[in-house]
Design a protein around this ligand. Structure first.
Ligand code: BTN
Length: 314
């Protein structure tokens, strides 16, 4: 999809009907060229109807309004670019492979991922009408100790935005967002570049938003915002609000680290006080440490955990 296609989508979004002639004259291309573009947009899954004498109509308006996100990016002091892709293997992989061409603080969004990746080499199931995006933060003096807290910070920001929307979401350590006991959002942060040299962090965010349901094989562990609330969410607004909130507090994260957000994190963390299984070992979750580590108790001993798979026993 190129800039002309984005323009066509914008016109379709903003008008009830728009004729092929009008689109052709706006873009200074032939009527035939418009037909071709409309056909390939339909092939990509956009629901475009045509009615004689009226013109084209976008019958499903749940699309990403790239132009609005770019307007925000232009006014942002942090984010530099928003790249929209219809289909890609994984936005994290794509950013990793192409980062030399991208500016610091580029956001890459994909409407579909064919090989979405999760933590611990798991897959990330691609649901329609979700959010799958990666934020590239470049030129960081790579500090392995920062990546975990930065990912926790990102989870906290997303939880904060969802709560502003009235969603009763919680954080499951380290950075899953849960709603009604099931996962709605996961974050995969990856370091790339030389350790202790200049490199980058790629923060991949997957949110299950407007799909009506999740596939049978994950239905006991995952859900979507729509399935839980019976509401449709404006994905464009959600993306912008997450980026705004991330930008707003990133300087505090830089200055003070995770400890600045620790109380807020703790107040939404569902692990605290629960018995949990970490890599098969049963422990009691006591606290979240200054750098976001999970502080557990096992056989009277305190153990700090900074990564691993956590299963909660409610
Ligand atoms: C997890 O909970 O295991 C992390 C899931 C992360 C999924 C997102 S979707 C966008 C980005 N691209 C990927 O391949 N993964 C992340």
């Amino acid at each position: 999809m190129d800039e002309k296609d984005i323009f066509i989508l914008r016109k379709l979004y903003e008008n009830e009907y728009i004729s092929g002639e009008e689109l052709a004259s706006y873009l200074n291309i032939s009527r035939m060229a418009i037909n071709k573009r409309i056909k390939s947009l339909k092939d990509l899954g956009y629901k475009i109807e045509s009615t004689k004498k009226k013109g084209y109509e976008l019958s499903d308006k749940d699309i990403i309004r790239v132009w609005e996100i770019r307007d925000y990016i232009q006014s942002s002091n942090l984010f530099k670019e928003f790249i929209y892709i219809d289909e890609v293997d994984s936005t994290n992989t794509y950013v990793k492979q192409n980062q030399q061409h991208f500016k610091n603080a580029t956001v890459v969004y994909a409407e579909r991922q064919t090989q979405g990746r999760g933590r611990l080499s798991r897959r990330w199931v691609d649901l329609e009408k979700g959010i799958k995006m990666s934020i590239l933060l470049k030129l960081l003096l790579l500090d392995l100790e920062k990546i975990i807290p930065l990912t926790l910070f990102t989870g906290l920001v997303i939880n904060r935005v969802l709560r502003k929307y009235g969603v009763n979401s919680f954080i499951k350590w380290s950075n899953d967002i849960y709603l009604n006991g099931k996962k709605i959002c996961g974050i995969l942060s990856e370091l790339s570049g030389e350790v202790e040299g200049l490199g980058s962090i790629i923060i991949g965010i997957g949110i299950n938003v407007n799909a009506k349901s999740v596939p049978e094989d994950i239905k006991d562990i995952a859900t979507t915002l729509k399935a839980e609330t019976s509401q449709d969410f404006d994905r464009t607004r959600l993306i912008i609000d997450i980026l705004i909130e991330f930008e707003r507090d990133l300087s505090n994260f830089d200055k003070y680290g995770f400890s600045y957000f620790r109380d807020e994190y703790k107040s939404f963390c569902i692990n605290l006080g629960k018995e949990i299984l970490i890599n098969g070992e049963r422990m009691l979750c006591r606290d979240i440490g200054e750098n976001g580590e999970l502080v557990c108790e096992k056989d009277g001993k305190i153990i700090e955990i900074s990564s691993g798979e956590v299963t909660i026993r409610f």
